[in-house]
Design a protein around this ligand. Sequence first.
Ligand code: SAH
Length: 473
Amino acid sequence: MRYFPAFLDLDGAVVLVVGGGEAAAQKLRLLVRTPATIRVVAEKVCAEVAELARRGRVELARRPFRPRDLDGARLAIAAGLADPELATLVTAARGLNVPLNVVDRPDLSSFIVPSIVDRDPVVVAIGTEGTAPVLARNIKALLEPLLPAGLGRLARFAGGWRAAVARRLPDGRARRAFWERLLAGPIAEQVLTGDLGAAQDAAEQALQGAPALPTGHVALVGAGPGDPDLLTFKALRRLQEADVIVVDRLVPKAILDRARRDARRIEVGKAPGGRSTPQAEIDALLVREALAGNRVVRLKGGDPLVFGRVAEEIAALSAAGIAWEIVPGITAALGCAAAVGLPLTERGMRRGLTLLTGHTRDGPAEHDWAALARPGQTLAVYMAVGKAAHLQERLLGAGIDRLTPVTVVENGSLPEQRLATGAVGNLVETLIDGGIKGPAIIFIGAHPLRRPVALPGAAPRPAAAQPEFAEAA
Ligand code: SAH
């Protein structure tokens, strides 16, 4: 370890930046978040640096660098400089012992700036001693989703308790136990979700030595259309923290592979050709697991609030006094549209998007067909593969143009994704010719801008495909 990692206090410090172009602006974006006084010396400045000067956030001197500029500086950064100015700066900084970073020139620098994951005041710094900056950036990308956005808030919250804890818990072991309880589990969770009042009360109780009650909670998490890379950061975190995951059978294994390995998994929903778990059974299961103190994830395809039947689950949880939250996911219509490059709205042509179901508990869904048949909109029909004849007949009956484009995306975002295109006049043939079995979204009114490139590892679907997964809407 040639470079010693350290965090420098810039309160009351002067930092000199020599250079005013894009490279300087990049460094300044971070520097302006510190309390340092920032001097910029540059003959030419880009718009961003000029704006910082105009706002008074940096002191700008528009002239070449002079060694005296280093007077009193705690740090100096050279960005986009060339010789001889650069050589003068390097020599002067060495002479005065002012730490200097020359952007992209570790050989001339006495310190280097790490890649950071910023949850101010929590900052993770990643350095490779200049060997592989791209690797540092990759590591940063791995860490970003793991560290919640509210982590800084949690650190400040803990900081706010330090004095009281030192005063009221003289015993070191009791203090440690308190911090462990504060920084993980329900209190931390309350801070992260912004419920500071509840967190404050819970922390006070913990300080008074009240025993920690196991408080389970349920996160209704959207898994997106299937590609695990389309999970949100928050969904991923909930999957990593879960004790129990109650999952719909439609959610692919690739997503469950991202979950905590020792979480208990309970499959519910409709088995292909089999029975579907009654909703009341699922509701009771969620309540039971949460009351036992578990962090429960109720994982659903797409977004939980779109044809996801969450209302009943939420009612059951609320009635039992269990805390719940909803973590949104990318709903199938959006995932499928993205997968084939289908604009859902288009300026001057299609002004609205309607998500609808083709299927209900009692059979094919009925809608205001006259409204849906009007041009100038996109329809995204869920759960409609088995009810396509009905959909086609109703839309044609309501006077829709037979040539209105139809785009069907099956298993959108997954390796086995399939696309079929046609028009409302031959909707049923389009599905049959395309071998579409579902799950699929039938788009009406829009067509893809390009055919998707074949996904690596995409295998042709087996003939005996899963039947269309349908939840009664
Ligand atoms: N909550 C889910 C929808 C559940 S209803 C969401 O927001 O996406 C189930 C229907 O969603 C399926 O019948 C199908 O119409 C659609 N669907 C789900 N995943 C899909 C996928 N990967 N590709 C195409 N359609 C999908």
